[in-house]
Design a protein. Structure first.
Ligand code: SF4
Lengths: 99, 558
C-alpha cells in the first residue's frame, strides 16, 4: 500500500534574488507561504509541480513540501520549511524582517 | 606575498567576462538552470536555503591588508555587511543577488582574489598552516608550494571533471595545524636522514559520511618532484575512482577499496611519465614564486612598555597568554584574533571589523593576515612592542576576546541557518554553548578544548576531529545532536568515538556542560588537557556524565 498523501505546497527559490517563493492558486509566485496554494490531492500536486517546472526561466529548484492548513493559510510542518519562511536564526535577516 | 602575474590577471579577467555573459544568458532565458548550474558552481556560486551564496577562495589562508579591505567592500556594497570565514580558508557571502555576482567577481579580481574551483568536482582551494612562515617550529614556509599547487590545479584540463571534489592541505611544521590527515592529499614537510627537506605525502583522508585517517603513500618526496607526484596521484584517482555512487567517489574510498599498496604501485608507475612531461617548467615557476614569499624584514623596538603592560594589566595578560603563539623571531609574536566573541556566530566578521584588522596588519603586521581553518584571523608577524596598541584597538572593535583554543573557540559550519544540505542548525548551538561557558567563567580553568559542530553528515564543521564533536541530525522531523568524543585534528590524529544516543536541541548545551564537568573531576591535575584525560580514562566517565539516567536504569535492572 502506498503511503497516505499529506498536503503539500509547491516551493522554489527566485532566480534573481534567491529568495524563497511559493506557488499560488492563480499561478503566481508569492514570498509569503500563507498565500500559497495548499494541495490536498496527489494527482493535482503532480500537475502543479509540472507547472512549476515549466517556469524555470524565473525560478530555481521547485519541489513539493509538506504543509498543513493554518489560520491564515498553509503552514510548514517540518522545521526546515519553517526556517525557510523566516530566515536564519543568528541574525534578523531574510523574511523575518523583509516580509 | 604572491602578486598576480600577467597570466593570472588575463586568465581571471577572461573567466569573469565569460561568467558575466553566462549570467546574462541565464537571466534572459537563453540558458536553462540545468545548463547554468554547473557554470555557476565552477565560479563558486551556490543557491542555499534563503539566498545565493558566493564562496571565495583565500589561497592557503593568506591575505594582504588591501585584499581584506576588498572583502570588506564587497560585504558592505553587495551583501549584508559581513562575511563568513570557513574551515577551508574561504569566505562566504550569504546574500548576493544573481545580477550582482559578475560585479563582485570583478571587485575580487581587483584585489587578486577569485571564486574559481570553490565548488564542483575539481581540486579545491589549497589550504595551509595558518602560522606558515611565522611559527617557531617550522622547517620551511610551505606557501610557495601551495601557490605552485594553486597555479597547477586552477583550470587543469585533466582534472575539471573528477569523480568528486578534491582537497589538498600543506604544512611546513611537525605540529599539524592544517589537519593534513583529513584531506584527499595532505603534505607535511619532513627532514630525511641526509638532512634534506621534502614532503611526507598522505592520501585518502577525509571526514564526512565515512571518516578516514589519511595514509602515508610516500614517506619522503623530494621537493622538486612535488607536482609530477601530485599529478600522478590525482590521475590515478581520476581513472580508478568510482563514478557509480556519489558516496563512494572520494579518493579515501578508492584507496580503501584498492588498498594502499596497489594505489602506490599505480602512482609509482605513472610518476616517471609525468615527471618527464614536466620538463623543469614547474621548477622555473617555483623560482618565480619563491621570492614573493620572502620573510618580512623584522624590526627592533624596545619591549619595556609591553612588559610593563603584561605585568600590570591582567586583561591584557590573559589576551597575550591565550591569543598569541611563539614566533620564530623572539621579539615577535603570532596574534590570533578571535572572531568568536561569546554569543557571536563563529567565523563571521563585519566589514568594519575586517577593516580594523586590515589596518592593524598594515600598521603593525607587515601587511599580512591569515584566515585559520578554525575560523579566526591571524596577524602572523607582530613585534611584541606593538601588542598593547593592537590590543587596545581590538578592544574598541569588539575583537579582543581571549578565548583562542578554549571551549568557546568553537568551529561551526553554517548548518540549517543557511546551508541547503543541512539536517539541523549548528550556529545557535555554538552561540549558546559559548554564552554558557562565559556565564560559568570556567573556560580558562578548563584550558585547551576543541569543540566542533557540523549541521549534517558532510562534516564541514570537522566534528569527527573535535575533542568534543557535535553532529546535528534530523530525527523524525526534530533536530537531534549526536556527540563524539576524543577526536583530534592535530599530528596526534584521531577520529572521535560516538558517545551514544543523540540529544534534543534543548538538551545539547547541558549535556556538553556535563562532559566538561566530568573532565574537571577526572583530570589528574591542571596540566592534563581534556584530550589527554580522555585518552587516559576513555569514554566511560564521560558516558556516565552524558547519560546519568541510563546508569540508574541499569542499576535498577541489576
Ligand atoms: S556540514 Fe552539512 S550543514 Fe554544515 S555546511 Fe557542510 S553540508 Fe552544510
Amino acid at each position: 500500500m502506498s503511503r497516505k498523501f499529506t498536503p503539500k505546497v509547491v516551493t522554489a527559490n527566485d532566480l534573481l534574488e534567491g529568495d524563497v517563493i511559493w506557488l499560488t492558486e492563480d499561478d503566481q509566485w508569492t514570498r509569503h507561504m500563507a498565500e500559497a496554494e495548499l494541495i490536498v490531492d496527489e494527482a493535482h500536486a503532480q500537475i502543479r509541480l509540472l507547472f512549476a517546472e515549466g517556469q524555470l526561466a524565473h525560478i530555481v529548484g521547485p519541489y513539493l513540501a509538506d504543509a498543513q492548513a493554518g489560520e491564515n493559510g498553509p503552514e510548514p510542518t517540518h522545521f526546515r520549511e519553517t526556517f525557510r519562511t523566516r530566515g536564519p536564526s543568528n541574525y534578523a535577516h531574510g523574511k523575518q524582517v523583509e516580509a | 606575498m604572491y602578486t598576480y602575474s600577467d597570466f593570472d590577471r588575463a586568465f581571471i579577467n577572461a573567466r569573469n567576462a565569460q561568467f558575466r555573459a553566462q549570467v546574462e544568458r541565464r537571466i534572459d532565458g537563453s540558458l536553462t538552470e540545468d545548463e547554468f548550474r554547473p557554470l555557476r558552481l565552477m565560479n563558486g556560486l551556490y543557491l542555499q536555503l534563503h539566498a545565493y551564496m558566493l564562496r571565495v577562495a583565500i589561497p592557503y589562508g593568506t591575505l594582504s591588508s588591501d585584499q581584506m579591505r576588498g572583502l570588506a567592500f564587497i560585504a558592505e556594497k553587495f551583501d549584508k555587511g559581513y562575511g563568513h570565514f570557513t574551515t577551508r580558508q574561504n569566505i562566504q557571502y550569504n546574500w548576493p543577488k544573481l545580477k550582482d555576482v559578475p560585479d563582485i567577481l570583478d571587485e575580487l579580481a581587483k584585489v587578486q582574489l577569485h571564486a574559481i574551483q570553490t565548488s564542483g568536482n575539481t581540486i579545491r582551494n589549497v589550504t595551509a598552516d595558518h602560522f606558515a612562515g611565522a611559527s617557531a617550529d617550522e622547517l620551511e614556509d610551505p606557501r610557495p608550494y601551495a601557490e605552485l599547487i594553486r597555479q597547477w590545479s586552477t583550470d587543469h584540463p585533466e582534472f575539471q571533471f573528477l569523480g568528486r571534489k578534491f582537497k589538498i592541505a600543506v604544512s611546513g611544521s611537525p605540529t599539524d595545524r592544517a589537519v593534513t590527515k583529513a584531506h584527499d592529499i595532505g603534505l607535511r614537510m619532513v627532514k630525511n636522514d641526509a638532512g634534506d627537506v621534502g614532503f611526507e605525502v598522505i592520501v585518502g583522508g577525509g571526514l564526512g559520511r565515512t571518516p578516514m585517517e589519511g595514509k602515508v603513500i610516500r614517506e619522503f618526496l623530494p621537493k622538486g618532484d612535488l607536482l609530477p607526484y601530485l599529478e600522478s596521484v590525482v590521475a590515478v584517482y581520476n581513472l580508478l575512482g568510482r563514478r557509480d555512487n556519489k558516496y563512494k567517489a572520494r579518493i579515501k574510498i578508492t584507496v580503501h577499496e584498492n588498498g594502499l599498496d596497489k594505489y602506490r604501485e599505480l602512482v609509482e608507475a605513472e610518476f616517471p611519465h609525468r615527471r618527464a612531461a614536466f620538463n623543469g617548467i614547474d621548477q622555473e615557476l617555483l623560482d618565480q614564486i619563491r621570492p614573493q614569499f620572502k620573510s618580512p624584514y623584522f624590526t627592533t623596538a624596545p619591549k619595556a612598555e609591553f612588559e610593563k603592560a603584561y605585568a600590570k594589566d591582567p586583561v591584557f595578560r590573559s589576551f597575550v597568554d591565550t591569543n598569541t603563539a611563539t614566533h620564530r623571531n623572539d621579539d615577535y609574536a603570532i596574534v590570533t584574533i578571535s572572531i568568536k566573541k561569546h554569543g557571536a556566530t563563529p567565523g563571521d566578521a563585519t566589514a568594519e571589523q575586517m577593516r580594523v584588522m586590515a589596518d592593524l596588519a598594515e600598521e603593525f603586521g607587515h601587511n599580512e593576515l591569515r584566515i585559520s581553518h578554525e575560523q579566526n584571523v591571524v596577524l602572523p608577524h607582530v613585534h611584541k612592542a606593538h601588542l598593547p596598541a593592537i590590543f587596545a584597538r581590538l578592544q574598541q572593535a569588539d575583537l579582543a576576546t581571549a578565548n583562542v583554543g578554549l571551549a568557546s573557540d568553537i568551529i561551526a559550519c553554517p548548518g540549517m541557518d543557511y546551508c541547503a544540505l543541512a539536517t539541523a542548525r549548528s550556529i545557535p548551538v555554538a552561540q549558546e554553548l559559548a554564552e554558557r561557558f562565559d556565564a560559568l567563567k570556567l573556560e580558562h580553568e578548563v584550558g585547551e578544548l576543541k569543540i566542533k559542530i557540523s549541521g549534517c553528515i558532510n562534516a564541514c564543521g570537522h566534528h569527527h576531529v573535535g575533542h568534543i564533536g557535535i553532529l546535528g541530525l534530523d530525527r523524525a522531523g526534530v533536530e537531534n545532536y549526536q556527540v563524539t568524543l576524543g577526536g583530534d585534528g592535530s599530528e596526534n590524529f584521531a577520529i572521535g568515538e560516538r558517545a551514544g544516543p543523540g540529544f534534543s536541541y534543548a538538551e545539547i548545551v547541558p549535556a556538553i556542560e556535563r562532559v566538561i564537568k566530568a573532565y574537571l573531576e577526572e583530570r589528574e591535575d591542571d596540566a592534563e588537557t581534556f584530550i589527554e584525560t580522555y585518552r587516559r580514562v576513555g569514554m566511560a566517565p564521560f558516558k556516565a556524565a552524558l547519560y546519568p539516567d541510563a546508569d540508574k536504569g541499569r542499576k535498577h535492572a541489576a
